[in-house]
Design a protein around this ligand. Structure first.
Ligand code: IPM
Ligand code: MG
Length: 368
């Protein structure tokens, strides 16, 4: 049998430097845990535009379809702001999501105990927080037609369309219920059924899937605006939140910041199972390309490292090895090591991007 394959698309800004640390961890698993991966690399985002005039070439797209998992760093930067919409760095990422049909985007918001004081909320509101947002990722207003900017009389009109089919709602609902069964067994679905027909259908379908297939999972519904409020008020009431593409974009940023550490959070985007039983999958940090600090050794590699941990768990069925990596991260944080985004406490030890990588590798070594 051949080794599992990984495609690394480090992207722009801090993407390459955080991915370099992940690369060392992948190599460590190959050497020390007898888990060799076939790693290939490609371009996505602005760097691909610079090289090829497109944020994602057809060759790279095809490669992404073949591998067992894609690891992505980050895309975008101010030098690309004025590019035509069709070739903006973000289009590369959206094309990957759409063509790989990665409909379930898992965004955990976990508060590391060592970092609870970085939250803008009080420690007791966030300490121990562990919620999972499941964001629908391939439909809704991000992709609905008609869209565009059209001329109407003497002014222009911007148009986007929110659109969900029942089967699109069903499959992401199932992802959320399945996850809940392996966690706290609760799902809260968020939409705006009070103003949007797509929300009425969303609520109805999620309820039906819950009643017929997951009666053991506790299901509740919330309007997304109230959900945003409850996330800030008492986030620990939630286990799994399932929501559409746009609400999920907003709610997951808010949830991420509750933990005080946007630089720490990973994500997994999963599609339907391939022939080998593995889901199509792309793993990426929730943070962006942070062009202001790129190339200075200031970036926090932990979100990208934890994205690889999610790959171990969801693509390679190596839950225990994912735990090992997550515990290594917890250990270095508990030891007071901090990249520039997390400085400020007394007694913290400042480290560079690669210094953080060194420490995580040392903690992995110590775990053997
Ligand atoms: C995200 C980002 C993307 C999105 C952008 C970069 C296209 O904000 O992954 O949350 O809006 O989905
Ligand atoms: Mg976003």
């Amino acid at each position: 049998m051949s080794n599992p394959s990984l495609l690394i698309l480090a992207g722009d800004g801090i993407g390459p430097e955080v991915m370099a640390e992940v690369r060392r961890i992948i190599d460590w698993y190959g050497e020390k845990r007898d888990m060799p991966f076939d790693v290939s690399e490609g371009l996505v985002g602005g760097c691909s535009y610079d090289a090829h005039g497109t944020p994602l070439t057809d060759e790279t797209m095809a490669r992404a379809q073949e591998v067992d998992a894609v690891l992505l760093g980050a895309v975008g930067g101010p030098q690309y702001d004025d590019l035509d919409f069709s070739v903006k760095p973000e289009r590369g990422l959206l094309r990957l999501r759409k063509e790989m049909d990665l409909y379930a985007n898992l965004r955990p918001a976990q508060c590391f105990d060592a970092l609870a004081d970085f939250s803008s909320l009080k420690r007791d509101v966030v300490a121990g927080l562990d919620i999972m947002i499941v964001r629908e990722l391939t439909s809704g207003i991000y992709f609905g037609e008609p869209r565009g900017i059209i001329q109407e009389g003497n002014e222009r009109v911007g148009i986007n369309t929110q659109r969900y089919t029942e089967s699109e709602i069903e499959r992401v609902a199932r992802s959320a219920f399945e996850l809940a069964r392996r966690r706290g067994n609760k799902v809260c679905s968020m939409e705006k059924a009070n103003v949007m027909e797509s929300g009425v259908l969303w609520r109805e379908v999620v309820q039906r899937i819950g009643d017929t297939e997951y009666p053991d999972v506790e299901l509740s519904h919330m309007y997304a605006d109230a959900g945003a409020m409850q996330l800030c008020r008492w986030p620990k009431q939630f286990d799994v939140i399932v929501t559409d593409n746009l609400f999920g974009d907003l709610l997951s940023d808010a949830a991420a910041m509750l933990t005080g550490s946007l630089g720490m959070l990973p994500s997994a985007s999963l599609g339907a199972p391939m022939d080998n039983g593995r889901p199509k999958a792309l793993y990426e940090p929730v943070h962006g390309s942070a062009p202001d600090i790129a190339g200075q050794g200031k970036a926090n590699p932990i979100a990208c490292v934890l994205s690889f941990a999610m790959a171990l768990r969801y693509s390679f069925d190596k839950g225990a090895e994912a735990d090992r990596l997550e515990q290594a991260v917890e250990k270095v944080l508990a030891d007071g090591l901090r990249t520039a985004d997390l400085l400020g406490e007394e007694g913290a030890t400042p480290v560079s991007t690669s210094g953080m990588g060194d420490a995580i590798l040392a903690a992995l070594e110590a775990s053997l």
